[in-house]
Design a protein around this ligand. Sequence first.
Ligand SMILES: Cc1cc2nc3c(=O)[nH]c(=O)nc-3n(C[C@H](O)[C@H](O)[C@H](O)COP(=O)(O)OP(=O)(O)OC[C@H]3O[C@@H](n4cnc5c(N)ncnc54)[C@H](O)[C@@H]3O)c2cc1C
Length: 324
Amino acid sequence: MEILVVLEHNNQTIHRMSWEAIAAGQSLGKDLDLSTAILIMGSDVSTLTEETATKDVDEVLIAEHPLLETYTADGYARTLAQVVESEQPTYVILGHTYMVRDFLPKVCAILKRPLLGDNISYHIKDSRPVFIKQIFMGKLLAEVLPQGNQPYLITFQSAAFQSDSVRRGTGAAIRNLSITLTNEIIKTRSEDPFLETTIDVDLSSADIIISVGRGIGKKENIHLVKELAEVMGAQIACSRPVVDAGWLPPYHQVGSSGQTVSPKLYFALGISGAIQHLVGMKGANNVIVINKDPNAPFFEIADYGTVGNILEIIPKLTEAIKKG
Ligand SMILES: Cc1cc2nc3c(=O)[nH]c(=O)nc-3n(C[C@H](O)[C@H](O)[C@H](O)COP(=O)(O)OP(=O)(O)OC[C@H]3O[C@@H](n4cnc5c(N)ncnc54)[C@H](O)[C@@H]3O)c2cc1C
């Protein structure tokens, strides 16, 4: 196998960005005519194996071990390093998730290979992939051509590929790998995950996001957005000034220093459209912008736009949706 996609999962659920990584692996495999495998690390991964083996990949590799029952950076890093050393893939592809950011640098250190992280796409030049990543807060794009010996360890930013573009296959081969792990190598153990972001704000998997900017004026007006979100079954997001002003908690922030989202529908209400905000939501399928300034940059990427006062429009929209 020449392309190895590493799966991230939690409680038998595959991370959305792992589906995107599989889409990236399939795309690269097709463009370069390379074989592709998915690696699953864990302690009881039979359900995940069944689910992934239906996809258009050559193999699903299983690295099961009791010490991988719960995630540890040491356990995952040692396991992936062993798999890479034994399988010798050319490209190792992962989603640029928090977990991957935690353990992948250890893998790079063990293998003495650099990390080509946080790419947004790639193109083929002279039969080789050139990876594209944003630099200077998204103001410039850099082209990165992997040099030196393989493997090349690559991560892709959220929404770089569409999870629903993963191709189904005719049944991938399943292969169990032998992994050596001992208690001594597990030096850190993670606490339980923070519950804060899972209580009522799960922006990463939201289909509809209503995002509000400084144009909302003051904290007392935020209830207008909450009412609209409620009737639409949407999650609430915001730009950074809204967080800085204390109008919404930080985990609602979208952008380069906030969350990256890829909903089906993104409402941008009273947000100017600064690049630091746009890099966090550019994966949205449809964008609706309401802003009183017809020259607001957000209109340039809007699918639909309305010039007007959100303080007047939001309550009317809420009422209209309520009436059905
Ligand atoms: C290092 C760094 C990191 C950053 N990270 C982020 C980030 O992660 N996320 C982020 O969002 N920003 C981030 N920023 C800030 C970013 O540069 C912008 O300042 C910010 O996105 C602007 O937010 P805004 O559009 O809500 O506010 P503004 O730029 O003040 O725009 C407000 C908009 O609302 C409109 N408006 C005003 N009143 C109304 C009304 N009544 N009805 C309709 N429209 C109205 C105005 O026309 C204007 O377009 C970062 C900046 C830096 C330097």
